[in-house]
Design a protein around this ligand. Structure first.
Ligand code: ADP
Ligand code: MG
Length: 624
């Protein structure tokens, strides 16, 4: 059989490459803006017509190109930015693949005008579908102007795939924002269909963000800053009370390049933990500077993904930095990362003033009466607390909570410290008032999942699993910090097998595990012996609990005593909490509801999910 392999002609290869680099008009905008920045421009103008479908033009005042370079710039793998593979590890430019102009020229009509400062006249080149149509001398100002017209004119399928002008313009504006935010030292203008959309003068990071997102943004920003051997962190996070339901304003820049990183995003969310309402996303504008040696930008053609050499450390630094700033600007409880957690005032008592001790006697207590609880043992042990509390006082509990929520919602810049969730006091005083009798109160379990009960203004629906998570979490946090958890001795010690990495991970939280009630025996041949476990955990839950903990540890990298305790409490609470699908008796329903509203932060789980919702009579009226 004759040979069948042949090299593709350049214009075909370019079209294929274009498929990767140019997905839509916004991709062209990004590449052209980046080239202008690499050319050391101080002023860049973007002109767009019909959301980029008919025209995208970028005019810069950068270094320009010689006539030979102007011609060469459209060749594939033609770049002035790297010379050899080593340069890839010392990148200080946006571009380096030498593909953008070649790709764009393969799928559009392109006109380039360019002049270097020292030259009197410049060069003008016209290219259509990779073919040079003309190259002439021209009069033009210093710098470069590139017009991209009729994008995808020769690939109808792609052109038809473009979305409405509104959508495509949105994408263009997003790219424009990202580039402009990363370079406040450059003036940017943008025009769409002849009218000016943005006019951004040279300024600093903060002012640039404000110029883009509007004057109100300024008061919402909390600066963050940290410098370590690995990274320099700067920028801003939005105050928690301004967090949004959509993931709008979230930006990471690494060495002035916008990047996407779900992993680092997780670090930011972790820093905001406990401060946000359910489903709210914090805003952030975070600038990271890393030695280019330690990153690899090359893993995605559009260059928005980066690999970091020491991702875990970066995660930990970022989270700690943000937590610290939120604390410093008193929008969160202040956490001192160097402090020994065992010296901490237990969580619950922090904001309470000392109270004279009182003796309470439970007159109904009858040691011979059996408890009428029917869930499994581990939860039973946990429930006796309930007796101390009045079963019928939710309404008053909830009222306190309601007013607290209103205060938080009404809080403005000056009052931002109300976000500190001072509810310990509020609920504390409510409990003191145990005699309050509430008339009729009805409580049901719905679908073995929700607890429904009435309050004066309407009703509350509590998620049983999430509520129990919150209750257990706060209890655990307390008992681990005070090291007073109750253990249960095992008749036969458990032996559980773990990998080396897992063993090492468990070792890092051994102390906290012991404080939580675990007693470990010998460790040999990849097995850990467990002699006692926390009273709230049943024996058969132990292995799932430790597995859950290990996977949480892998994702979270807690680096301090406090965050280790926190993670452990969260993890155990998650594993042990009463699941959906478990039928509960009246007493248990009461216990859960009462204990939930006695929590410091009753409205969310440790993972920021809502634990209950309320429906007022007006809400219900509206449905009729
Ligand atoms: P890359 O940016 O990866 O090098 P491009 O295809 O985007 O590849 O650009 C090719 C080359 O053309 C660049 O390396 C640069 O030398 C030159 N160039 C492109 N745009 C400009 C510009 N606006 N000003 C000066 N030179 C430019
Ligand atoms: Mg480029």
């Amino acid at each position: 059989m004759s040979d069948i392999i042949q090299l593709l002609p350049d214009h075909v290869a370019n079209q294929i490459a274009a498929g990767e680099v140019v997905q839509r008009p916004a991709s062209v905008v990004k590449e052209l803006l980046e080239n202008a920045i690499d050319a050391r421009s101080t002023s860049i103008k973007l002109i767009v017509k019909e959301a980029g479908k008919t025209l995208i033009q970028v005019i810069d005042n950068g270094i320009g190109m010689s006539d030979t370079d102007a011609r060469l710039s459209f060749e594939r793998h033609a770049t002035s930015k790297i010379r050899n593979a080593q340069d890839l590890f010392e990148l200080n430019t946006k571009g380096f693949r030498g593909e953008a102009l070649a790709s764009i020229a393969a799928i559009a009509h392109v006109e380039l005008k360019t002049r270097q400062e020292q030259d009197d006249i410049g060069t003008e080149i016209k290219i259509e579908g990779s073919q040079v149509v003309s190259q002439e001398v021209c009069v033009t100002s210093k710098g470069t102007s590139i017009c991209v017209k009729n994008l995808f004119y020769n690939i109808p399928a792609r052109r038809n795939f473009l979305k409405s002008n509104t959508v495509e313009l949105r994408h263009i504006i997003d790219e424009f924002h990202r580039v402009a935010m990363a370079h406040p030292d450059i003036k940017f203008d943008m025009l769409h269909n002849g009218s000016e959309i943005f006019n951004l003068p040279i300024t600093n990071d903060r002012q640039r963000i404000v110029n883009i997102f509007g004057g109100k943004t300024n008061e919402k920003l909390v600066p963050i800053t940290e410098e370590t051997d690995l990274v320099r962190v700067g920028g801003f996070v939005g105050k928690p009370q301004y967090a949004k339901r959509s993931r709008g304003e979230q930006f990471f820049f690494v060495n002035n390049r916008f990047i996407k990183s779900p992993y680092l995003n997780h670090a930011v969310n972790a820093a905001f933990e406990g401060l946000l309402k359910d489903k709210a996303h914090p805003s952030y504008f975070i600038y990271l500077n890393v030695d280019p040696q330690f990153i690899d930008i090359n893993i995605h053609p559009t260059k928005t993904e980066i690999k970091f050499e020491d991702e875990h450390a970066l995660y930990a630094i970022l989270r700690a930095t943000i937590k610290h700033s939120l604390g410093q600007f008193s929008v969160a409880p202040v956490l001192d990362f160097n402090r020994d957690a065992s010296m901490d005032t237990p969580y619950e008592y922090k904001s309470k003033s000392a109270k004279a001790p009182t003796i309470e006697v439970d007159r109904n207590f009858n040691p011979f009466k059996e408890e009428k609880l029917n869930i499994n043992d581990s939860k039973r042990k946990y429930i006796p607390n309930y007796k101390a509390q009045s079963a019928g006082s939710w309404e008053s509990l909830y009222e306190g909570l309601e007013s607290e929520i209103q205060v938080a919602a009404a809080s403005d810049e000056n009052k931002s410290s109300t976000i500190e969730f001072e509810s310990t006091q509020v609920t504390g005083s409510l409990f003191a008032d145990e005699d309050t009798k509430v008339g009729h109160q009805t409580t049901y379990q719905l679908k073995k999942k929700y607890i429904v009960t009435t309050i004066k203004s309407g009703m509350v629906i509590i998620h049983q699993n999430r509520a129990h998570q919150r209750i257990l979490y706060e209890e655990l946090l307390k008992s681990i910090t005070m090291a007073n958890a109750v253990s249960q001795q095992l008749l036969f010690s458990l032996k559980l097998a773990f990998s080396k990495t897992e063993m090492a991970l468990l070792e890092t939280v051994k102390e906290q595990l012991q404080n939580a009630g675990f007693v470990f025996g010998d460790k040999h041949m990849g097995e850990i012996e467990i002699n006692a476990i926390p009273a709230i955990v049943s024996e058969k839950e132990v292995s799932t609990l430790l597995e859950q903990l290990l996977s949480d540890l892998e994702n979270e990298v807690p680096e301090t005593g406090f965050s280790q305790t926190d993670l452990l409490a969260k993890s155990i609470a998650k594993s042990v909490a009463i699941r959906t699908g478990v039928a509960l008796g009246t007493e248990q329903l009461h216990y859960l509801a009462n204990s939930l509203f006695a929590c410091t932060e009753p409205s969310i789980t440790p993972d920021n999910k809502s634990t209950f919702i309320t429906m007022t009579v007006e809400d219900i009226d509206k449905k009729f």
